[in-house]
Each structure stands twice: as C-alpha cells, then as structure tokens.
Write a protein that binds this ligand. Structure first.
Ligand SMILES: Cc1ncc(COP(=O)(O)O)c(C=O)c1O
Length: 440
C-alpha cells in the first residue's frame, strides 16, 4: 500500500495506541492530581498568577472585553486606549468594504457552509480566494483553511513523517513546534538566523532521513526581524531539503507593496519556497490560514492532510469573503503596508532615542521593547494599562526567561502623537520601576 494510503487508513481507523504508541506498562499509584483537574499543576500555576495580580494590586488585564473594532485605538470598559495589542496591521478589520463583502457572503450562503469543503462545504469564494493568492504570489495553487494555527500545525504534521527530519529556527512559532511533534519526525533547531548552523546541521544529518523540512518565518512574531530568506532557500536547496515559510506577520506588511517575502526579496521566485503559509488573522483582518505552493503539494494537502481540509469544517462564508476582500484592498492600497513600515520605523527611532532596546526589529509591524525581567515587563504593562495604553508582556515560557519584553504591534492607523505619548509615558514609568524581586 502506498504511504499516503497507509497514513490515510491509519487516520480513518483512529489512534494506533495499541501498537506503536502503546504506553509503558509500569504500575503507578493513582494520585488526586491525575483525576482531579483542580489539582493539576497547570491549574495551580493559573491560581498562582491570579494570586500574584491580586497581591500586587494589579488590574487584571487579560480576557478584557472590548467594544467596537480593535484597531489603533480600542474601547474597554468605557475607557479609550491607544492600542498596540492588535495585529490588525492594515486597519481592515472595520473597513466598510470588508464588512460589506462579509455581509454579502452571509446573505448568499448563511453563516456556515454546513460541512467540510470536499463534501458540499465548498462555495465559489473559497476557490476565488485561492486563485487571488496564486495571482499575488505567482504560485501554481493554494489552499484556504479554517484556522491559522491549525493550518500551520497540520500541514507540517502531514508533510513530515517518522522517517523524516524537521529543522527549524529556535524562535519558530508554537504552531510549527506542535506540527513538528504531531509529525513524529526527528526535530533539530538552529540558533536564530544562524544560516551557517543550518547548513552544518544539514551536512551532518541530511543523509540519514528521507524528507527534510526547514521551517522559518518571514517576520518573527516576538522580535519583528526579517531573516535572509534567499540564503536560507539556497542552503536548503543545496541539501535537497524542503522549505516552508510562515508569513503570518510578513504578508501584508513587508516589501514595497506589502506582499510579503516574495515582494521583499524580488530575487526570490515563488518556486523557491515549497510551502508558503499565511494566517488570515493579521493583515487579512479575519480568521483562517492558507498554504500556497506547487500543484502537487496543494493537491495532497487538500485531499489527504487531516486538519487542513479533511475532518474539519470549511472556512465560513463571512471569514472567506473578508479575507478575499482584504487581499484585494492590500493589492490596491500599498500605502497601508508603507504606513505600518514608517510608523514602526518612527516607533523604533523614538524608543531608541529614549534609551529603550528594540532588539532585532526592523522593517516589520512587530516592535519589542526588551526589558529582561518578567516581573518588570508585567509591571510596565499593567501601569501602561492604567494609563490607557494597551500592550502585553511576553514572558517565559513564550520567550527565554531573561528576555521578557513588551510587544508592540504597529498599525498603519497609528499616528506619531500616539507613539510619542507612549514612549514619553514609558520614560516616566521607568523612573519608578521596581527592581526585580525574584517573584517569578
Ligand atoms: C508566526 C505565527 N504563525 C502562526 C500563527 C497562528 O495564526 P492564527 O492566530 O491565525 O491562528 C501565529 C499567531 O499569532 C503566528 O504569530
């Protein structure tokens, strides 16, 4: 039986827990933390965080409901915030044209397609969206799916198998990590953007595996830097490795027209990247994911990959229409991407002049202010929130323990006054920032 059929059969029949995944048969005492969820260590950690906020008299700033659209400003509890926590980079989440497209799709098809794409869940705008993506990127084909995270994870999880190797940048997104785990492939990492190290890993390991998949991002989501994709492609190709680029934060933002890595690096051809993944929750102002590439890769993803289309619902009419309309606006209005780039450059200039370290960020819509201590990053975010500026701390385990930061998403709708006010507020807060007391 071909490997695809074997894998399809395995997934149709369900888990193989009685075979290769059988648990180690060692008797253990059934403690309360194995059956009482309140006693799970994860729940204890959650309680400790809530306790810490209370003990510090911090306003709880998680899961806060906002009213209206989350853009460069946002309304929470009747307060109006300058908002740096939304990745609505191109300010399209409330754009009338996008809203109208979504409403028309609801009028035409309702709020759900009722099933997966293969079995009557297909509506014309799914394929229209895919054709538009191909037209933008120059790829042969594309597949549009229901979630960004799931598309990334399940694509990787399907393309690589036990006998394969996945090599990724140490800062790769969690969806790629989970996808790599699902695949069962051997996993190796290289230090951030160290392409020589990637080359060395490929030299050492390539010959021992069947497929080798290299995973990088177009813009790193915690740091805002753009890796040297042409060199990564060159190295990967020289070892006959496949390359997948996560464009969640690069598509819509980088390049003179904002059309992602292929726009930013004109020397690259669509054929150079085997799998071009993107999320629709950022510049596309909706929800979903896509993979663009050659006809063969899209054919197998569409027909066989669980979680991409198979075994799942199709993207809703409203989400699909919103994403397609956003893409069309993106193409017609490159000034939106240019606005993100110039606002980010201004933010970095002001932050650096005030003595803040913005790490590796350059040319994208993600700007960190490196703090180091998680406790201080949390304190700053809570104090900014009190002053109606919304940004969140990125702390361990999302980033290394000593590299906590505040992360600012920059939109084309921010203005210089908002940025000036934010940096000035940070300068004032810094004067009173408590030292790290080792509380976590
Ligand atoms: C780099 C990267 N990849 C993938 C995803 C997942 O996309 P989504 O949020 O659309 O599910 C994210 C989400 O923030 C991301 O930052």
């Amino acid at each position: 039986m071909s490997s695809t059929l074997e894998r399809l059969k395995g997934s149709l029949l369900g888990s193989t827990a009685n075979g290769e995944n059988a648990p180690v048969l060692r008797k253990i005492r059934t403690k309360p933390e194995f059956h009482d969820i309140a006693k799970f260590p994860e729940h204890k950690e959650f309680e400790q965080t809530a306790w810490f906020y209370k003990q510090q008299k911090y306003e709880w700033n998680l899961f806060r409901e906002h009213m209206g659209v989350s853009g460069a400003r946002v309304d929470i509890d009747g307060r109006n915030f300058i908002n740096f926590s939304s990745y609505n980079y191109l300010d399209l989440a409330g754009d009338q044209r996008v809203l109208d497209a979504a409403k028309t799709a609801i009028d035409d098809h309702g709020v759900s397609t009722g099933s997966g794409r293969m079995i009557t869940g297909e509506i014309p705008i799914h394929q229209e969206f895919e054709r538009e993506l191909c037209d933008v990127f120059g790829t042969e084909d594309a597949v549009v799916s229901v979630g960004g995270y799931s598309t990334n994870a399940f694509t990787i999880g399907y393309i690589a198998r036990k006998q394969d190797l996945i090599i990724y940048d140490e800062l790769i997104h969690n969806s790629a990590l989970i996808g790599s785990k699902i695949s069962g492939a051997r996993r190796l990492t290289f230090p951030h953007n160290d392409i020589d190290a990637l080359d060395d890993l490929l030299k050492e390991h390539r010959a021992h595996y069947e497929r080798v998949l290299v995973l990088v991002e177009g813009v790193y989501s915690m740091d805002g830097d753009i890796p040297d994709i042409p060199r990564i492609v060159e190295v990967a190709k020289s070892h006959k490795a496949l390359i997948m680029v996560d464009e969640a934060h690069s598509m819509g933002v980088i390049g003179p027209r904002g059309l992602g890595v292929l726009d930013h690096f004109p020397e690259l051809d669509a054929k150079d990247i085997d799998l071009l993944f993107g999320s629709m929750s950022k510049s596309f102002a909706t929800c979903g994911g896509y993979v663009a590439g050659g006809k063969p890769v899209v054919a197998i993803l569409k027909h066989y990959a669980p979680g991409v289309l198979l075994y799942g619902a199709s993207p809703s009419p409203a989400n699909t229409a919103a994403g397609l309309e956003s893409l069309r606006i993106m193409r017609r209005e490159p000034e939106r991407a240019q606005g993100v780039q110039s606002n980010a450059a201004y933010f970095i200039k002001r932050a650096n002049a005030a003595g803040f370290d913005t790490g590796l960020s350059a040319g994208s819509g993600v700007v960190p202010i490196m703090i180091g201590s998680s406790e201080q990053a949390l304190w700053l975010s809570v104090k900014l929130f009190e002053k109606n500026i919304c940004t969140y701390p990125m702390m361990f385990p999302i980033v290394p323990r000593d590299q906590a930061r505040l992360r600012f998403f920059i939109s084309c709708a921010h203005d210089e006054q908002q940025i000036d006010h934010t940096i000035d507020t940070l300068v004032e807060l810094r004067k009173d920032m408590p030292r790290d007391r080792g509380l976590f």
